[in-house]
Design a protein around this ligand. Structure first.
Ligand code: GRF
Length: 196
């Protein structure tokens, strides 16, 4: 059984989708939900599911990112974590940390990578006049929103879409794609998954 830590910073809807998928014959279980802010609304949802939580606030560490990451590592070790799933974790990890977890850390990004790395993906897709958008699950490497792609889900962009309506349509797909990819990944299958 693979032991999964899910990192969040916000509402945690992807964390909930992942955590709720890891039951029965699933090859993994959620053992820790970690946030870099105690304001993450997802922490409450994790607690309600009986999943241990940890908050490692980045602010007291200032520029000392390795010290921040050492504190995260302390929690990962304490919970004997095998895999990390970043799920709306809005904090960039250093190459030291991503290198240590390479091949064992996933992220979901709300665009069809390699398009639109970084923030404001939906506004950028609309501005570019794209006809479709989507989300990507990828392995995390030192470069932001890069790394081997494990799965993508596409949605149409509709007339009258705003960043908010598009984000909601993509988020629905995130909740399908991420659990499906994690399940495959935890069982050693790294082939790319295309949804729908
Ligand atoms: C998702 O759109 C994710 O792709 C992005 O941040 C959002 C997190 O939402 N990076 P939630 O916290 O999972 O609800």
């Amino acid at each position: 059984m693979r032991r999964v830590a899910i990192f969040i910073s916000g509402g945690g809807s992807n964390m909930v989708a992942l955590a709720d998928s890891m039951t029965g014959d699933h090859p993994a279980r959620p053992v820790l939900v970690l946030s870099n802010t105690d304001g993450a609304r997802g922490l409450e949802k994790a607690r309600a599911r009986g999943i241990p939580t940890a908050v490692v606030d980045h602010r007291p560490f200032g520029e000392d990112r390795p010290a921040f990451e050492a504190e995260i590592t302390r929690h990962l070790t304490a919970h004997d974590v095998d895999l990390i799933a970043l799920a709306g974790f809005m904090w960039v990890l250093t190459g030291g940390f991503t290198g240590a977890w390479e091949g064992r850390m996933l992220n979901i990004h709300p665009s069809l990578l390699p398009k639109y790395r970084g923030l404001h993906t939906h506004a950028r897709a609309l501005q570019a006049g794209d006809t479709e958008a989507g989300c990507t699950v990828h392995e995390v490497t030192a470069d932001l929103d890069d790394g081997p792609i494990l799965g993508q889900a596409r949605v149409p962009i509709l007339e009258g879409d705003t960043p908010e309506t598009l984000a909601a349509r993509v988020l629905e797909q995130e909740h399908k794609l991420y659990p499906a990819v994690l399940r495959r990944f935890a069982s050693g299958d790294r082939r790319m998954l295309q949804l729908p």
